[in-house]
Design a protein around this ligand. Structure first.
Ligand SMILES: NC(=O)c1ccc[n+]([C@@H]2O[C@H](COP(=O)([O-])OP(=O)(O)OC[C@H]3O[C@@H](n4cnc5c(N)ncnc54)[C@H](OP(=O)(O)O)[C@@H]3O)[C@@H](O)[C@H]2O)c1
Length: 344
């Protein structure tokens, strides 16, 4: 089944995922800001992978528009805006998209699909998960920094929607993604959120992901944040489902391993570009608001609903907001500086 695909929010994830589909010959239309339209008019779209392999789509083949109205004929719309922009993007799409179009949230956090559903009543909105990391390198280049799956929610029915989700899954697989179609995406989104607690540590330290994982001091911070979040999830009776090889409940144990042992374990599970960093780090460096309220902030909000507390994640949220307000990029905190800031 050939699908006409639209990307709402041509940024790191939109251009990378949409670009891979386009490179495999799928019909893809990007909606983005004038800035990205100018960039992709001037430069070919270049998708680089871990290890440096690159796929290039000639600029003449890349269609970027700035108005959501252009998505009226699309079978599938991949929503790739930041969480704080979901409501606005959903409102822009609501009166435009076909009634039978699949709207897939490719965003982090656990509430974006619900936000889209609320502003697009009657539309088919599905959750999704992007399990890898991409940063924009400007001049049309989007660099993937880690391995990881793509997941799209599979509804129980009706049969025609199931068939289109299967067709989308097949298109993504054929475009080189490790694709999953889980029926219960929410419990996997909680697992992804636990992994994304790392993003704030990345943003505040400025350290590349491998350095975060293999530096004991950063691991101590990460372990404390994840350990606290796991207690909150337990109190709220939420069971995160497995996403990737290792269940998130083992993360604190893994993070406590000696660095040499962890290096061996990580090598078998995850490939990382030495310079991979989180999109939250990229947001701070580009002077943009981050998604911290939808990640660590989600743990703080959940704690309030179930009589638990999450002071460490609350402190991290404050620190990221301070960095946003200062607008000087990443504060470059060392492991000790981060740890003592958490103690305050
Ligand atoms: N990057 C990653 O490694 C990664 C990995 C997994 C999941 N995710 C998730 O994927 C989502 C997107 O992240 P990202 O890093 O790709 O963000 P991004 O690079 O900021 O891309 C989003 C783009 O959409 C544009 N946009 C927002 N509203 C729009 C509208 N109404 N019309 C046209 N363009 C619009 C934004 O422009 P402005 O900035 O000018 O508003 C921005 O250029 C987030 O939820 C993120 O958590 C990201």
């Amino acid at each position: 089944m050939a699908l006409a695909i639209g990307v709402m929010g041509a940024g790191s994830i939109g251009c990378y995922v949409g670009g891979r589909l386009l490179a495999r010959g799928h019909d893809v239309l990007f909606i983005g800001r004038e800035r990205i339209r100018a960039e992709l008019t001037a430069h070919d779209l270049r998708l680089t992978d871990i290890g440096g392999a690159a796929e290039v789509v000639a600029k003449e083949r890349v269609r970027v528009e700035t108005e959501a109205a252009m998505l009226a004929d699309r079978d599938v719309i991949l929503v790739c805006v930041k969480s704080a922009q979901s409501e606005e993007a959903g409102r822009a799409l609501a009166s435009v998209v076909r009634k039978d179009a699949l709207i897939v949230s490719m965003q982090n956090g656990v509430r974006n699909a619900e936000t889209l559903r609320q502003v697009m009543p009657g539309k088919i909105v599905l959750g999704g998960i992007v399990g890898f990391n991409v940063v924009s390198k400007d001049t049309g280049t989007f660099q993937r920094g880690t391995t990881g799956p793509l997941a799209i929610e599979m509804p129980a029915d009706p049969a025609d929607v199931v068939a289109r989700v299967e067709a989308l899954g097949a298109a993504l697989t054929e475009s080189g993604f490790e694709t999953e179609l889980p029926t219960d995406i929410r419990s996997k989104q909680w697992s992804k959120l636990m992994m994304n607690l790392n993003n704030a540590v990345s943003a505040l330290s400025g350290a590349p992901t491998p350095q975060l994982i293999f530096t004991p001091g950063y691991r101590r911070v990460l372990r404390a944040l994840i350990g606290e979040a796991l207690m909150v999830l337990d109190a709220a009776k939420i069971r995160p489902a497995r996403l990737g090889a290792i269940p998130v409940r083992y993360f604190p144990t893994l993070l406590a391993l000696p660095t040499a042992v962890l290096r061996v374990a990580a090598r078998a599970q995850l490939q990382m570009d030495p310079e991979a960093r989180s999109s939250m780090w990229e947001d701070l460096m580009r002077g943009r608001m981050t998604e911290v309220d939808f990640l660590n902030g989600e743990i703080v909000a959940l704690a309030k609903t179930c009589g638990a507390s999450a002071p460490l994640n609350a402190r991290i949220v404050e620190m990221v907001h301070d960095a946003e307000n200062e607008n000087k990029g990443s504060p470059g905190l060392t492991p000790d500086a981060l740890w003592s800031a958490l103690d305050q």
